[in-house]
Design a binder for this molecule. Sequence first.
Ligand code: SF4
Length: 221
Amino acid sequence: MKQIVNQYLELLSLSGIESIKKPAKIEVPELTPAEKEHLLQQKRIEYSDCDMCQLHLGRTNFVYGNGDSNSKLMLIGEGPGEQEDKTGDVFVGVAGQLLTKMLTAINLNRDDVYICNIVKCRPPANRNPLPDEVKACSSYIQEQIEIIKPEFILLLGRVAAHNILKTTSPLSQLRGKTYKLDDIQVVVSYHPSALLRNSSFKKPAWVDLQRLRDMMQPNED
Ligand code: SF4
């Protein structure tokens, strides 16, 4: 099989194609903080012209992720919105501003956490990403998790929860529990956009954040 792949790559090379852009799952060794940051910057550039799903057709910017690559907390949302597509940065629209306030409420600066999304290109009219789009993009998020190696992940909303936890359970049933992804403790809450649409979600979201804060606090000492 390896020989066939090599022959295929050789054939492509002879045709003037240098490589196939494939975000292969990688085993990431222990990296220094500077090496992590450098690797993520490299990956951002390497994947920025990805065309593995139809979402590339409507994007202005590929939105990889922002924040502290050495943070012990990683936040994963759904996909870029209009402002994120315009700027190339995650969570910079109204929902992003709310997220910043939510983090501040548990004494976290958003620059001190790493934030990214399940899909890196904006779905049209902010619709949910389709299963084939999520599948096409999934190796990017897996790789980000492997590079950052956070201690905690907060999944924001149903799309993130279903795809990282590989479940179809309603969000209401997924909240309030702690999941393990290898050594990472994973919790689920509402997406900030949902809080903007329905203020009744604010109270349970606050409960989720307080719980996350309590989980992280023993490690603050
Ligand atoms: S959403 Fe992901 S898989 Fe689809 S084009 Fe963008 S980066 Fe590639």
